[in-house]
Write a protein that binds this ligand. Structure first.
Ligand SMILES: [Fe+2]
Length: 166
C-alpha cells in the first residue's frame, strides 16, 4: 500500500521525463531537413491547428521519441509509452504510423509503399491516415513556425497525470 501511494505521488515525473525526451530529439537529424524535436513540434502544431483533441496532440508530439533509442522499432516504443494514458485509436495511430508513412518513401527502399492497406477497415484507420498524410509527413518544413515546447507542456502533464489502464 505504501509503495502504491508513493508511486502515485511520483507520477508527475513521467511527464517531465517525456518532455526531456522531446528536448533530446533536438540532437537527432539523420539527414532530414530539420531536427527531430522541430519535427515533433511541427507535427503536434499541425494536429492542434486541425482541431485534434488533446490525446492526439500529445501523441503527435511524442510519436517519434522512440528514435532516441532505436529507429527501426521506434513506433512501438512510443506507442507503449502512451498506451496506459490514451484511447486505443490514439495508441494504434502511433504504433502503426510507419506503415502509413511508407507510402511516401518505401519505394526508394525497395519496400511495399502500400503497407497501410493491411489496416484498412480498422476503427483507427482514418485517424492514422490523417496523422501520417496531413501532419507527420508534412512536418519537415524549415519555414514552418510551430508552437514551442512550453505550449505543449501542460497538455503532456494532463495526459500523463493518471494511467487509465496498465
Ligand atoms: Fe514523424
Amino acid at each position: 500500500m505504501h509503495i502504491a501511494e508513493v508511486t502515485v505521488a511520483a507520477q508527475p515525473r513521467v511527464a517531465e521525463h517525456l518532455l526531456n525526451m522531446v528536448r533530446g530529439l533536438s540532437a537527432i537529424t539523420d539527414g532530414f531537413s530539420i531536427d527531430q524535436m522541430a519535427h515533433a513540434l511541427q507535427t503536434a502544431t499541425r494536429a492542434e491547428r486541425a482541431g485534434a483533441d488533446e490525446e492526439v496532440i500529445v501523441a503527435s508530439l511524442l510519436h517519434d521519441v522512440g528514435k532516441l533509442i532505436s529507429v527501426p522499432n521506434h513506433p512501438k516504443i512510443a506507442a507503449e509509452i502512451l498506451k496506459p494514458y490514451v484511447r486505443h485509436d490514439v495508441y494504434c495511430m502511433v504504433a502503426y504510423h510507419q506503415d502509413f508513412q511508407g507510402r511516401w518513401y518505401y519505394e526508394h527502399l525497395g519496400m511495399d509503399p502500400n503497407l497501410r492497406e493491411q489496416h484498412r477497415g480498422q476503427q483507427w484507420y482514418e485517424l492514422t491516415e490523417q496523422f501520417a498524410d496531413e501532419w507527420d509527413q508534412k512536418a519537415f518544413d524549415p519555414d514552418f513556425e510551430p508552437e514551442n515546447l512550453e505550449h505543449f507542456e501542460p497538455m503532456v502533464r494532463r495526459v500523463f497525470a493518471h494511467a487509465k489502464s496498465i
